[in-house]
Design a protein around this ligand. Structure first.
Ligand code: ATP
Ligand code: MG
Ligand code: MG
Ligand code: MG
Length: 477
């Protein structure tokens, strides 16, 4: 079953259960404190909170999502993409736990010939929240095997956005991939064998003062009890397509093939190069989708996340041995793989690709300028007993060659050496003090540099603040 067909089945099923099909919202939320849309519920927060009237009390969608927090997992786990699609059904004060569980279970286990996904009920597991006896008894009434049910605490089975907003206990559904993928014992034992596919959130509380996953304050009950569910489309796809991971599904794999063709690596032969090709395929797709929603590379906020995705793509291809430009060969492949589901990609592709290719050219120049100097510094470090690239070398790379510190850190790490970051920061601070003194002279001894600092701070890259993948709040680092 192709990914687009899996999505269609979901929306059709819920439409038949009286849900209004809502198109995906942009990856760029209208709330500037939210970096990217991280879950299907994000566009519906005002309805969940009772602040706005929804177009219908039952809604279903296939929402484009980006989770930068998952970036380090990409290519290594079988199930994390920086971009992915979240299928969901929502009830705004309409049905609650019983129907939510019944619908999910029915769709997952109805045979494919009858419009479902046809998962084997014996391979399914569910988790529920400590206090949620009600959910457990509903699952049992559905005929679910109590031996395949596990109970978790706040950390895993209480959902919030990572900031103030709606929240509630949840019940998650897992598929057992079989003993060849890990040890028995359900999701608690092995998250590579037991794959989380669907999260049913019983949104009934107003949450605030979220300090961590387990340290938050419940301000009260929501006006209505709501249902918010999220099923990972790529996860359903790889399980249903009999693939090993989300990167091998029909909307992603063509880029792996293109990366293989460019680099001469055969996918499936060597784990290290396979991970690199998966990173490339993931990042190219995320960059394409983010740019198609209007973001362009920059040094701040969303533009900075995009810049890092594009740069990591270029560097991963270099590590696969390709030094010529790669995006002109990879971007169109990703666009073609995604355009069946998102035909609008074609409308902006000329402009999007031009910007992406320009970014690659600029990055290639940076690499050309600094790589030899960094190589010398790394070789020096290898001879040093502490295996440390000096702070001075890192500073020179930054100051003279425009090599961002995180690039130096990343490239040093690949070679098994560290960077004297403390000294680097000291040199940066000294430079700042010098610049301030110069500015003071120029401004006739009136110190306005505090405004420069403020300006710089406001222009800093933004990173997720929250404690979990759900986190959508941004902060300045
Ligand atoms: P995991 O524990 O595997 O990281 P999660 O608990 O963070 O997943 P939820 O926030 O519950 O995920 O999101 C709902 C669903 O979205 C998940 O059950 C999963 O199917 C899917 N999903 C979440 N994160 C990703 C991702 N990075 N890539 C692909 N699918 C994802
Ligand atoms: Mg989880
Ligand atoms: Mg989850
Ligand atoms: Mg997660």
């Amino acid at each position: 079953m192709r990914t687009s067909e899996i999505a269609k089945r979901f929306l059709t099923y819920f439409q038949k259960q009286g849900h209004l099909v809502e198109p995906s919202a942009s990856l760029i939320s209208s709330d500037p404190s939210i970096l990217f849309t991280i879950a299907g519920m994000v566009p519906f927060i005002p309805y969940l909170m009772g602040e706005q009237t929804p177009p219908a009390t039952r809604v279903t969608s296939n929402q484009k999502c980006v989770r930068t927090l998952d970036i380090d997992e990409v290519g290594k786990t079988t199930r994390h993409g920086t971009f992915f699609q979240m299928l969901g059904n929502f009830s705004f004060g309409d049905y609650f736990k019983e129907e939510a569980i019944h619908y999910a279970w029915t769709l997952l286990t109805t045979p494919q010939e009858q419009g479902g996904y046809g998962f084997d009920p014996e391979k399914m597991w569910v988790t529920t929240y400590t206090d949620d006896e009600e959910a457990r008894s509903i699952w049992k009434n559905e005929g679910f095997d109590p031996e395949h049910m596990q109970i978790f605490g706040m950390e895993d089975n209480f959902w919030t956005t990572g900031g103030p907003g709606p929240g509630g206990p949840c019940s998650e559904i897992y598929v057992d991939r079989g003993p060849e993928f890990g040890k028995d014992g359900g999701p608690a034992a092995d998250d590579n064998r037991f794959i989380e596919v669907w999260n049913l959130v019983f949104e009934s509380f107003q949450v605030d003062n979220v300090k961590s996953k387990t340290d938050l304050h419940i301000a009260g009950e929501l006006e209505h009890k709501n249902i918010d569910t999220g099923a990972g489309l790529e996860r359903l796809a790889y399980l249903l397509q009999g693939k090993q991971n989300i990167y091998e599904t029909d909307e992603v794999f063509p880029v792996i093939e293109a990366a293989g063709k460019l680099s001469g690596h055969v996918y499936g032969k060597d784990e290290e190069s396979d991970v690199r090709m998966r990173v490339v395929a993931d990042h190219v797709r995320s960059a394409l989708m983010i740019m198609s929603d209007g973001v362009r590379p920059s040094n701040v906020g969303r533009g900075y996340v995009l810049r890092r995705l594009l740069r990591r793509t270029v560097r991963s291809m270099r590590m696969l041995g390709v030094t010529e430009p790669v995006l002109p060969s990879l971007f169109p492949v990703s666009k073609d793989a995604m355009a069946a589901s998102y035909p609008e990609l074609n409308n902006t592709f000329a402009e999007v690709s031009e910007s992406a290719y320009g970014e690659e050219d600029a990055f290639r120049r940076t690499l050309e300028n600094g790589t030899t100097i960094l190589d010398v510094a790394i070789n020096k470090a290898k001879q040093d007993e502490n295996s440390l690239v000096s702070g001075q070398d890192a500073f020179t790379l930054h100051d003279t060659y425009g090599f961002p510190i995180e690039l130096t850190l990343e490239m040093a790490q690949e070679q098994g050496v560290k960077v004297d970051e403390t000294r680097f920061r000291e040199l940066m601070a000294e430079q700042k003090t010098r610049a301030r003194a110069d500015a003071l002279k120029k401004r006739h001894n009136v110190d306005l540099s505090v405004y420069d600092d403020l300006k710089k701070e406001l222009e800093q890259p933004i990173e997720f603040l929250g404690y979990s993948d759900f986190s959508s709040r941004a902060r300045v680092i």
